[in-house]
Design a protein around this ligand. Structure first.
Ligand code: ADP
Ligand code: MG
Length: 299
């Protein structure tokens, strides 16, 4: 559905995207992972046909340079920082709806899909960050195009709004849309993507399935567990017996360093031993640690 061959974008002497090649199959969710400045947004703008570039990009076999209009019609796009000025929700949708020539029924349907029916007359400046992102997603859905492209859809969202939006995107993938999104968070890439690539300084440095990324890079997650004071000794015994040794204790909280793959395993062992876990959370490896790992391994 999306085929990219040696896409290169120079800003003067600076290579923002450097000979990037990859393909995304129809119905697949594909993630571009990378730190700020990696070239993700620039690459996306090339795919959208809004930037000149060297190399070749095809959407469903249509060359974006030669058949820009037809190729673009296949894409629903969610920008990194949408601007709605002071319009209300419905004004925004009507505005983009008229540009894309969609009917009122489709606008109604989209409002329903993104759960903004109760906020149609609200000024977009009064919407929460999560709602604004949903609206932006709604615009991308207006023409019901087969490809969705999202540039860091969850940046600036709190944990709740992020989970909410990720579920919504996943729903569209399940319905057969091809999804290409950029992110700097490994957890959302794991949740959404079938395949992922890591970009740095304009280049692809790694391509893998998201579940293998953590493993390939040897990343460590941290599992934090809160327990009743009376269960701590037993918990430590259970963890030690099961080979978990990298544990630190702070009051009634245990922190266990684990490989990315095993990050829930320790919790499971505790629950099996009927230890009453009061609360837990997993601290995922940060993008910085991913990049450090990449640099050290010379990938
Ligand atoms: P990302 O989205 O991964 O954070 P970007 O694609 O926005 O990265 O930017 C990649 C690099 O290209 C950055 O160093 C950025 O400063 C540079 N860049 C982006 N747009 C322009 C532009 N219009 N002119 C000059 N440099 C740019
Ligand atoms: Mg960006």
């Amino acid at each position: 559905m999306i085929d990219i061959r040696e896409a290169t974008k120079n800003f003067g002497d600076f290579k923002a995207v450097d000979k990037v090649s990859f393909s995304v199959k129809a119905g697949e969710a594909f993630a571009i992972l990378g730190p700020n400045g990696a070239g993700k947004s620039t690459l996306i703008r090339c795919i959208l046909g809004t930037l000149d570039f060297e190399g070749e990009i095809r959407l469903n076999n249509l060359d974006i340079k030669e058949n820009r209009k037809e190729a673009k019609a296949l894409i629903g796009y969610v920008p990194q920082e949408p601007q709605f000025y002071d319009m209300t929700t419905i004004e925004v949708l009507n505005f983009f709806g008229s540009i894309r020539r969609v009917n009122k029924e489709r606008i109604e349907r989209v409002l329903h899909l993104v759960g903004l029916k109760e906020h149609v007359f609200k000024s977009t400046s009064a919407l929460s960050g999560g709602m604004r992102q949903r609206l932006s997603f709604g615009i991308a859905l207006l023409s019901d195009s087969p490809v969705l492209i999202l540039d860091e859809p969850t940046s600036n969202l709190d944990a709740y709004a992020r989970a909410d939006l990720l579920r919504l995107i996943k729903k569209f993938k399940t319905e057969g849309k091809t999804v290409l999104f950029s992110s700097h968070r490994l957890d959302e890439v794991e949740f959404l993507a079938d395949r992922a690539l890591v970009m740095k300084s304009g280049k692809i440095i790694l391509e893998s399935t998201p579940h293998k990324l953590g493993e390939v890079l040897g990343l460590k997650s941290k599992l934090h567990i809160k327990l009743p004071q009376s269960s701590i000794k037993t918990a430590l015994d259970v963890l030690n017996e099961n080979g978990f040794n990298n544990i630190s204790l702070n009051g009634n909280k245990l922190s266990i360093e684990l490989s990315h793959k095993e990050r829930i395993l320790a919790l499971r062992k505790l629950l099996l031993a009927e230890i009453p876990v009061e609360d837990f959370n997993v601290e995922e490896p940060s993008m910085e640690s991913i990049m450090e790992e990449v640099q050290q391994n010379g990938l």
